[in-house]
Write a protein that binds this ligand. Sequence first.
Ligand code: ADP
Ligand code: ASP
Ligand code: MG
Length: 476
Amino acid sequence: MKFGGTSVGSVESILNVKRITEACDEPVVIVVSALGGVTDKLIHTSKLALEGNPRYIDAYNEMVNRHHQLIDAIIPDTDQQIQLLKVVDALLDDLKSIYQGVYLIHDLSEKTSNAIVSYGERISSNIVATLIKGAVWHNSLNFIKTEKKQQKNMLVADKTYELVRKEFKNFGKEEKVALVPGFISTDIATGEVTNLGRGGSDYTASIIAAALDANALEIWTDVDGFMTADPRVINSAYTIDKLSYVEAMELCNFGAKVVYPPTIYPVCIKNIPIYIKNTFHPEAAGTIIQEESGDSSRAIKGISSINDTSLITVSGLSMVGVIGVNQRIFTALAVEGISVFMVSQASSENSTSIGVRNEDAEKACEVLNNEFQKEIDMGAMYKMNLEKNLATVAVVGENMKHTPGIAGKLFGTLGRNGISVIACAQGASETNISFVVESRFLRKSLNVIHDSFFLSEYQVLNLFICGVAWEPWVAV
Ligand code: ADP
Ligand code: ASP
Ligand code: MG
């Protein structure tokens, strides 16, 4: 069971975590995130210290007070509180020394930054371990191992699985409740503190579930389950009962923040179901993610999006029929560690458009201009064309495969609403149609598509009258 930041962010939510976990009949490994907002605050405070801004001390003190107030409210037993405060205050003191170092030396290396962000989970996990009856705390720094690959910390799966099994050898026998800090890890070669990336506590839980062959992985968060779209953008989004691993992966990879993308794979290959549940509403059924998609009446299961899109178009008449142009594009970008998340090429082969994150856009253009310098100089190819301020939307569902007319309905809806599609891609697996629009049309695109595919005529008409839906005829 993994409880995210909002689930351990307040007195009310953390007491819900206690109730939910203590009601469990089976042995359970509980993975927790830092208190909601603490990871951001740790990063913000390190930036203040780096700038030489003495206000970093106020920011640090706010974090100390927040943790102290929470402990005061939820651990009434004086002995337990004293014991816990010993551990928590020792961690907070270490953190203070690191910040002082950053402030004095004006240097914040990746190593220091990783050490700083680890304190959120190190502290929260000790608090929750004290709160939950019989919980045994395990230090994930000892068994979640990463290695540096293409400038990223990647999980070393084999070693980690071996260490997890060793660490939890008594689990399920005399030990029924284990408590683990999510997100944090150590480098396999140097032992330095690393992490699994923002949102990585989901991944910690998935790795442990897979290594121990768990019956289920439960992700407890602040919404009733995986929803048809981001509920912060689409008011009428609703919970999906069942998703396949493939559908969940497609949606998470494209911005459905509810599950951290790498989480799906470890449990998927072991066929362990994932449940998404609401800590604030535990009686709601939630979403189950498993092998089969379920509910064949709906072609589309969900919509997700990323706002941060740039499109680079590689074009030129000399590309037609020439073998190896795409290989050169992708190799050149891969060597520079630039990830491409969408590709669109027409069968005429005279242009290939690739979607990259905004932060990678300039660099990607430079790399490709260099790669094709000779062809550009000869006039056989054009310089890279870069379009920024775009957004990508993905429409996902395994049942699209058997349903004609989805693309027609999708692009018809966008066209009627005056939204121009700049690029689009659909793989032959037919589980995902992705398209790129100008950023300013993102919210409208999501709304009109959601109304069109997920709401009945009656619902759309009602929402239109209330001013929520975009067009009353879309469901017809
Ligand atoms: P946690 O702190 O529990 O890890 P996150 O903030 O990482 O929680 O993820 C939960 C949030 O994800 C929800 O509050 C919701 O706003 C957002 N979200 C985005 N897309 C979706 C979606 N398709 N379904 C559910 N939630 C989504
Ligand atoms: N605390 C980390 C973050 O905010 C990890 C997580 O919450 O999953 O990214
Ligand atoms: Mg999360």
